[in-house]
Design a protein. Structure first.
Length: 249
């Protein structure tokens, strides 16, 4: 029997999901950062700052960070700013169009020497075991067809004592806000996608994929199953997003 996966609200053959996801990000790459600001009213910046605080890159010692599904480099460049000269970030993403935007951003910020770009699948990372002090993935994991494989890979490439931090959308848990959020998500976001990125479908996928992603306790259990210790999570903005973390000990 053919294995299946969720692509938003559609069930598709597991082997077909990645290509569909790649089409989404190829289509929106050039407008991706602008759309994040518009859709979240700038809130994604505060969520990403919370991730940077959780990573807490040291300023006085060398620090190697891997940002998985790092896209246009938004997380990696923030980590560099917090960590300073001793930090090196590797941005890994499967999509060349997203990475191209990231390369341009790094160049404009004069950060090229501190960033390595790798076009690669989170399910099969091209890095040696135990090579990073921390690994992050922001709004990326729900797009990966085999989440368990990506978590196992993040665990494998972390040094002992390394931290994994994942930022992902979750489920709003505030009465009334949940209805408003649903209305906004299913009506306003695709319309905004059409207007700004010329692509309503990709943003419909975004909204639907959020609804399908495991709830925080279930995702925390997946982190434990991948081998992470001291797994914890913190919901932000009434549950719109959740920051998960775990350690390789
Ligand atoms: N982390 C960035 C951020 O927070 O702005 C980008 C997040 S974007 C919503 C999701 C990213 O996941 C896209 O750049 C996409 O290409 C990437 N992606 C999807 N599937 C992937 C996979 N299997 N391996 C690596 N990256 C993947």
């Amino acid at each position: 029997m053919t294995e299946t996966a969720q692509f938003g609200s559609k069930k598709v053959p597991l082997a077909a999901k990645q290509a569909l996801v790649n089409d989404v990000f190829q289509s929106v790459a050039r407008r991706y950062d602008l759309m994040n600001d518009l859709m979240s009213f700038g809130l994604h910046r505060a969520w990403k700052d919370a991730l940077v605080t959780a990573v807490n890159p040291p300023r006085a010692t060398p620090f190697a960070l891997l940002d998985i599904a790092g896209g246009t480099g938004d997380i990696a460049l923030r980590i560099l700013e917090a960590g300073g000269d001793q930090t090196h970030v590797t941005i890994c993403d499967i999509n060349p169009e997203m990475l191209a935007v990231g390369r341009e951003r790094a160049r404009l910020q004069g950060a090229e020497a501190m960033v390595t770009f790798a076009e690669a699948n989170a399910e099969a990372l091209p890095f040696a075991d135990r090579s990073f002090d921390a690994a992050t993935i922001a709004f990326g994991i729900r797009n990966v067809p085999r989440i368990e494989r990506a978590l196992a890979e993040a665990f494998r490439v972390l040094k002992i004592g390394g931290k994994f931090v994942c930022l992902e959308f979750s489920a709003v848990d505030v009465p009334a806000l949940d209805r408003l959020y649903d209305f906004y998500s299913f009506n306003v976001i695709p319309a905004l996608g059409r207007l700004v990125a010329g692509d309503a479908e990709s943003y419909r996928y975004l909204v639907e994929s959020i609804r399908r992603f495991p709830k925080p306790p279930a995702f925390a259990a997946m982190l434990r199953a991948a081998g992470f210790a001291r797994v914890s999570y913190q919901t932000l903005s009434g549950g719109i997003v959740t920051l998960h973390s775990g350690w390789r000990l």
